[in-house]
Design a protein around this ligand. Sequence first.
Ligand code: SF4
Ligand code: SF4
Length: 237
Amino acid sequence: MTMSILIDTTVCTACRACQVACKQWHNLPAEETTNRGGFQNPENLSFSTYKLVRMNEKQIDGKLQWLFFPDQCRQCVDPPCMETAYDEEAIYQDSMTGAVIYTRQTKRLDAEEINYSCPYDIPRKGPDSVLAKCDFCNDRIHNGLEPACVKVCPTGAMRFGTRKKILADAAARLEKVKKKYPEAALLDPEATNVIYLVAFDPALYAKNAVAATRQRGISRLVALRRMMAPVTRMMRI
Ligand code: SF4
Ligand code: SF4
């Protein structure tokens, strides 16, 4: 049984403990940032920021709403990035946990193509051409621990468990939240193992809160690479 996370944005306070815990666990450096007149810090995901709390101030029905969205890799059930790479030494899925893992071999992939294949705009290329993103804290999970971000969340906005349990929790929580926010929804729950619950239109939270449509289907290039994969693999040996 694969594992999942529910991120209930209706109880997220944007404290950013999850963002910091992710950096701590992965030993990632802080980034120099500038004041852009808002609370967003840093501005976007990067090679050294796998998790980012996106902050939006929106006026909805004449009221100011703070919309927070702790963005990260969704650990897709059938990951388009993995399908595009077609190179299990670079990107593979842990069948026990569902984690989608990027290795240092991602440096031989076409970074632009991998990024384009991701419906949530997640992977980022480092200075050494290696691609990086959230790894679900797969090492922690294998040692019986929750992902670091879930562990530190002080409001209970993040829950971790088997996919079956998280889907049930998400459905129950949605039913409750809908009483106050009729537009509330779960984002792509069938396709992802990191499932968000939002109170309003997902587009108000993040550009890629739900899967972009551009990646549906595969390009000719990807189809060709898949056909050639056995030959390519033999050439690497
Ligand atoms: S969210 Fe993007 S990077 Fe993460 S598994 Fe899905 S396609 Fe890959
Ligand atoms: S730790 Fe929890 S409450 Fe704080 S920003 Fe992350 S998800 Fe939101």
